[in-house]
Design a protein around this ligand. Structure first.
Ligand SMILES: Nc1ncnc2c1ncn2[C@@H]1O[C@H](COP(=O)(O)OP(=O)(O)OP(=O)(O)O)[C@@H](O)[C@H]1O
Length: 807
């Protein structure tokens, strides 16, 4: 008993000391300055009373606590602080000197530091440093103990420290007070500073424990904006557990057990889920947090095996996740321990109503805003979850195109949202989705999208053409401006198949991606596209969202998407992470109205016309005509073959003996026809091969002069071929005699072409739309008139008949 009392006294003494230390820290004006300088978003309430987490933030209590205040996670806690880069120190020194001089010249009281003062300061600094190193060592030891207990890698820090990083370059991350291991990880990834969405979200989600609705332009780093807070919380819990183990001798595994599902991230497509997994794995590489993807198209047994490893973070698509959850998969059923529920590309989840599975998953989540009594009750029933995880679940909802109604914003602010009650059956809005997922009142709404929503460095343009000429312009873009990776978007799989077939016949190497492909083929296509510097991907909107592939220079909208959001996401595959890029929309007359409404939704009046060198078009059209003829013949023959095999297969399955009833003459005719077709095909192919073996020539093409700023990859390849031909041809061909001087292609990259074309090429969309509307009205009127005339004539005729009949 006496021993117990002594322990309690020692513990309260320690607590008292801690709170005292905390108080003195908060009073430290330097620290306060630093806190105030944090880039909080205005939508994050500053008022403590407004904040339902004010009790939690900064609490060091065991029960219900766990969130650290910013002052608690400064360098004193972790021995972490990236030193200021030299240039900042220099600037500061210059500023200080200037201030000093100013004050001197003003004749004000200036406190000049004596050599003694400086000496004292140096001593103090040394002491501080010593203290820091000691503390750092302690924490490191704690971590080691905890990691060993959890069966994890104990050399984490050493591993990370192996590579030489110039930390000063990453100084900007200091303000986010990330765990040192995370800081090291982002440094290793080469991310010099947090992006604006990361700056705004990390304090709210990681340190204030808030729910977040985040919106920022495509490619702005939203994945880490939700990924880092998750990892931060897991690491903080581990550290606390290790500290507690030191202080109280509690078992680490009981306080911060590993192998429990802590974060569930849902993404709309398989590729995106896999990409998010890879991104988080890259950051979590050295901290032994397991991240596993759960997506359709991968063997269910394999995924069950992966889940047996008990990953803390699961990233999945709704379909496969629900399949496993509803079948009672053990790891996924542990939803009471979930600390984060994340919806990436949230607005996609509410479209088309085909995310029924998501609704089911959300309905399985335990209510998060439970009362303290319920909380303690559920804690008693739950053997796996420690007090650290028994905090409220955080819901994070992200997209580049989150549109929230003013009403919902008000509701969040007022705190009047109710969960899982009297909500419509379908998840048809972000609001409903967030409410059902347990979004708590006073969530931080961080909307960093600009009025046009599009990436800042994206240049948009269009090409006006007929529907029939879209293929020609696409071939032109890919051949003349095919530098860097290009993604061509279609809305239908039929269109995708058509253009990929035509382009392949034209010798352009393309990969395709659409929802009807097998998962393995989808992943392979993505990998191949990633590998090739000048790769071309023809995709449907399954690739519109989230895919992060570096070096995509151009996005072509072969067909316009059905909504402005999809246009934003498609275009966002280029101009990512502060890079530049260009989008080109192919607009046929029937697209004009759609295009006008698209521009209206982005408040754009003028769109730039993509510059075209029309002198290339005769040659382009010639090639295209040949390719289309070849395509028609091959399509027909493969269709016939497919029908035949289908018929034979079915006949075989019912053990039917098939016979041909064609007469001998018919058979001979068929054979002749086949031979003629294959001869024609051969000739066409030969003709096309001759054309495509040469670089694309403009009408004013000259063999004598080399004009142009650069060569396209195709051109490069053809030039090499010609050069080889020239060397091997001893007698000398026409080209050989004239000397190999070619090419009249002025532009290399589409973006460069667009920029050098100047401002004057623009289309007044309003005017166009107006004209289009007038034309449509006129057509409608004529049709109505025609119908009216037809009826009048019919009525006259019928009345005449009636009259005749009566007579
Ligand atoms: N702080 C950073 N500094 C530099 N690059 C970063 C930073 N954070 C993330 N990135 C990189 O930026 C790219 C885009 O990131 P991410 O895919 O998270 O964007 P996103 O906003 O989710 O885009 P989308 O809306 O299209 O899904 C990635 O390649 C990522 O590695």
């Amino acid at each position: 008993m006496a021993e117990e009392e002594a322990t309690t006294a020692a513990f309260s003494e320690r607590r008292h000391r801690k709170s005292k230390r905390k108080f003195s820290k908060v009073r430290d004006s330097e620290q306060l300055d630093r806190l105030e300088s944090l880039p909080w978003n205005s939508s994050i309430p500053q008022d403590e009373h407004d904040d339902p987490f004010s009790m939690i933030v900064g609490s060091n209590e065991v029960e219900g606590g766990g969130f650290l205040s910013l002052e608690e996670i400064d360098e004193a806690e972790y021995g972490l602080d990236i030193p200021e880069p030299e240039y900042i120190q220099r600037n500061k020194k210059l500023k200080e000197d200037a201030d000093l001089n100013n004050k001197k010249s003003d004749g004000g009281d200036v406190k000049v530091e004596t050599g003694k003062d400086e000496g004292n300061k140096a001593n103090e600094n040394k002491k501080k440093k010593k203290k820091k190193t000691k503390k750092k060592k302690e924490v490191s030891e704690n971590l080691k103990v905890e990691h060993t207990d959890a069966g994890l890698d104990t050399n984490v820090k050493d591993d990370i420290g192996e590579e030489e990083i110039d930390e000063t370059e990453f100084y900007a991350w200091n303000e986010l007070r990330l765990h040192p291991l995370l800081l090291k990880a982002v440094c290793k990834l080469g991310f010099k500073e947090p992006t604006p969405i990361q700056k705004a979200c990390i304090p709210a989600a990681a340190h204030q424990g808030k729910d977040v609705i985040g919106a920022a332009e495509t490619g702005s780093g939203k994945t880490l904006a939700f990924g880092l807070p998750i990892l931060q919380r897991l690491l903080e819990e581990r550290d606390k557990a290790a500290n507690l183990f030191e202080e109280m001798g509690e078992e680490t595994e009981r306080i911060a057990p590993t192998g429990i599902l802590r974060a569930l991230i849902i993404a709309p497509t398989r590729e995106l889920a896999l990409q998010v997994t890879d991104h988080l794995k890259a950051v979590a590489k050295h901290i032994n947090v397991r991240v596993t993807p759960i997506v359709g198209g991968i063997l269910a047994e394999k995924q069950e095996r992966l889940l047996k490893a008990k990953p803390e973070i699961v990233v999945g698509t709704p379909g496969r996740l629900w399949e496993l959850m509803s079948s009672g998969e053990k790891h996924l059923a542990e939803l009471h321990s979930l600390s984060f529920f994340v919806l990436d590309e949230a607005d996609r989840m509410v479209q088309n109503g085909h995310f029924k599975e998501l609704q089911s998953i959300i309905d399985m989540l335990p209510m998060s805003n439970i009362s303290p009594e319920d909380n303690s009750q559920s804690a008693k029933n739950c053997v796996t979850v420690s007090s650290y995880q028994r905090k409220k679940r955080q819901t994070l909802v992200f997209s580049a195109t989150v549109a929230l109604s003013a009403d919902f914003r008000k509701k969040l602010k007022r705190g009047s949202i109710k969960q899982k009650q009297s909500l419509a059956d379908g998840l048809n809005s972000i609001e409903t989705l967030s409410e059902r997922a347990g979004m708590r009142p006073n969530a931080a709404i961080i909307d960093l999208t600009n009025p046009s929503i599009l990436a800042a460095k994206l240049e948009e343009s269009f090409i006006e053409c007929t529907e029939d000429n879209k293929d020609a312009y696409l071939y032109y873009i890919l051949t003349v401006h095919g530098q860097g990776r290009t993604i061509v978007f279609c809305t239908s799989i039929a269109a995708l198949r058509h253009i990929s077939s035509i382009l392949r016949i034209l010798g352009v190497n393309v990969w395709t991606l659409h929802a009807q492909m097998q998962q393995r083929a989808r992943l392979k296509a993505m990998d191949r596209f990633r590998e090739k510097e000048n790769g071309i991907l023809i995709a449907t909107d399954v690739a519109a969202r989230g895919l992060d592939i570096a070096g995509v220079k151009t996005v072509v909208h072969y067909q316009l998407p059905h909504s402005a959001e999809v246009y934003v996401h498609r275009s966002g595959r280029t101009a990512r992470a502060s890079a530049e890029g260009c989008s080109i929309a192919l607009i046929s007359p029937k697209d004009t109205a759609k295009f006008a409404s698209l521009c209206k939704s982005f408040s754009k009046e003028n769109f730039r016309r993509f510059p075209l060198e029309n002198s290339y078009m005769p040659e382009v059209l010639k090639r295209l005509s040949l390719a289309r003829q070849i395509d028609k013949i091959t399509q027909k023959s493969s269709q016939e073959k497919a029908e035949k095999t289908w018929f034979d297969r079915n006949a075989d399955s019912v053990e039917l003996v098939t016979e041909t009833y064609d007469s001998e003459e018919e058979q001979v005719n068929k054979h002749k026809q086949m031979k003629a077709t294959s001869g024609k095909l051969k000739n066409l192919q030969q003709e096309l091969n001759t054309l495509i073996s040469r670089p694309l020539q403009s009408k004013s093409f000259s063999h004598r002069y080399l004009a142009g700023a650069g060569v396209t990859p195709l051109l490069q390849q053809q030039l090499q071929q010609l050069a080889r031909q020239k060397v091997s041809d001893q007698k000398g061909t026409v080209l050989g005699k004239k000397g190999l001087v070619v090419i009249g292609q002025d532009c290399v990259e589409a973006l460069q072409a667009l920029r050098s074309s100047g401002e004057e090429v623009s289309m007044d969309v309003k005017d166009r739309a107006g004209k289009q509307r007038n034309a449509e009205n006129l057509r409608r009127k004529r049709k109505q008139e025609k119908t009216r005339n037809f009826f009048t004539r019919n009525i006259c005729f019928s009345s005449l008949l009636v009259c005749l009949f009566c007579c």
